[in-house]
Ligand binder design. Structure first.
Ligand code: P6P
Length: 337
């Protein structure tokens, strides 16, 4: 296959207005540079003790120790300088991160999880960066208010993730399908490797932390029992695959089909909740899923229709092959009648 870079693909395949494409390309290029820097450090993770940290010195001149802090600081530092953002929000930061006036700003807003699954780094399991790109509704240049970034997933201009594994991949959508790019370290470019990705409508794999079973409600237990038994459309048990790193579990689901579930649980009896975050995990991955022909749900409706009340709002997430997700939605609906 002829080598196609992300930028070339964006300019030739994504119908965005010329000016937007220019600004959007700058945003993507800074995001890509950040991912290359993070990938280089994640790949040395095992040597952290030897190197006395990531071997990187951050903007404050400190030796960076924890890789998720490192990834977070790289993204904030670089994206402030992209010249196209007015605000950011990170899974690692409690509050909105405004882009200071001293930097050139634009109307895009970036929400990200800098290093999802970072607890798995010590055992050399895939981790990833998840990103969601929104646009400010008005063109004012005043500081962005929290309410401006609390937009439903359907408002996303683009969304995707970087997966740091045996190879480093970028998978993203601008609302015109999903494409995957693999980093060729020898040239330092992400090259098109998975054009027009589609999730199979039916899968044979379910992905859930079965260790949470005692915390699930009855309909959730019934759904999992269906996947474990012959009483499903396959007529035999689904295979169970669970990495415990969302980006890895989602990427496998995107390629092979099937369903990933992090349902609501009652670990806190007073506050049953999902674990995953709406804005920096569920919404971006649901945009990718839907653009690939799949579906992302909280068990009752589309994740993309949920308007966040808070920056770090958590939701149950059921995502993957359309028919498998729909089965879960139908089961919850039947149980509620
Ligand atoms: P559990 C990683 O900590 C994470 O945020 C996601 O990447 C992953 O899907 C989930 O939590 C795993 O959670 O409770 O199964 O360990």
């Amino acid at each position: 296959m002829r080598q196609v870079t992300v930028t070339e693909h964006l300019l030739t395949h994504q119908s965005m207005s010329a000016s937007a494409t220019g600004r959007f390309t700058s945003l993507l290029n800074e995001l890509i540079l950040s991912a290359k820097i993070i990938s280089r450090s994640v790949n040395k993770a095992g040597l952290l003790d030897v190197l006395g940290g990531t071997g990187e010195v951050n903007v404050q001149g400190e030796q960076v120790q924890k890789l998720d802090e490192f990834a977070n600081s790289i993204l904030i530092h670089r994206m402030k300088r992209a010249g196209v953002l007015c605000a950011m929000a990170s899974e690692e930061n409690a509050d909105l991160i405004p882009v200071p006036e001293k930097f050139q700003r634009g109307s895009y807003m970036l929400v990200f999880d800098p290093l999802d699954g970072s607890s798995n780094i010590d055992v050399n399991i895939n981790v990833g960066t998840i990103f969601s790109i929104l646009k400010r509704k008005d063109n004012s240049d005043k500081e962005v208010s929290l309410s401006e970034i609390l937009q439903a997933g359907v408002e996303q201009v683009a969304a995707g993730y970087f997966l740091y594994g045996p190879s480093t991949m970028m998978v993203y959508t601008t609302g015109r399908g999903v494409n995957g790019f693999t980093l060729d370290p020898s040239v330092g470019e992400f090259l098109l490797s998975h054009p027009n990705m589609r999730i199979p409508e039916d899968g044979k794999i379910y992905s859930v932390n079965e260790g949470n079973q005692m915390y699930w409600d009855t309909p959730t237990k019934e759904i999992m029992e269906t996947f474990r038994s012959k009483q499903n459309k396959l007529g035999k048990p689904y295979s169970l695959r669970y990495v415990g790193s969302l980006v890895a579990d989602f990427h496998r689901t995107l390629l092979y089909g099937g369903i990933f579930l992090y349902p609501m649980d009652h670990k806190d009896p007073n506050k049953p909740s999902g674990k995953l975050r709406l804005m920096c995990e569920a919404s971006p991955l649901s945009m990718v899923a839907e653009q690939a022909g799949g579906l992302g749900s909280d068990g009752s409706g589309r994740i993309l229709d949920i308007k966040p009340d808070m920056l770090h709002q958590r939701v149950p997430l059921i995502i993957g092959s359309k028919n498998d997700v729909q089965f879960c939605i139908d089961h919850y609906k039947k149980a509620s009648n």
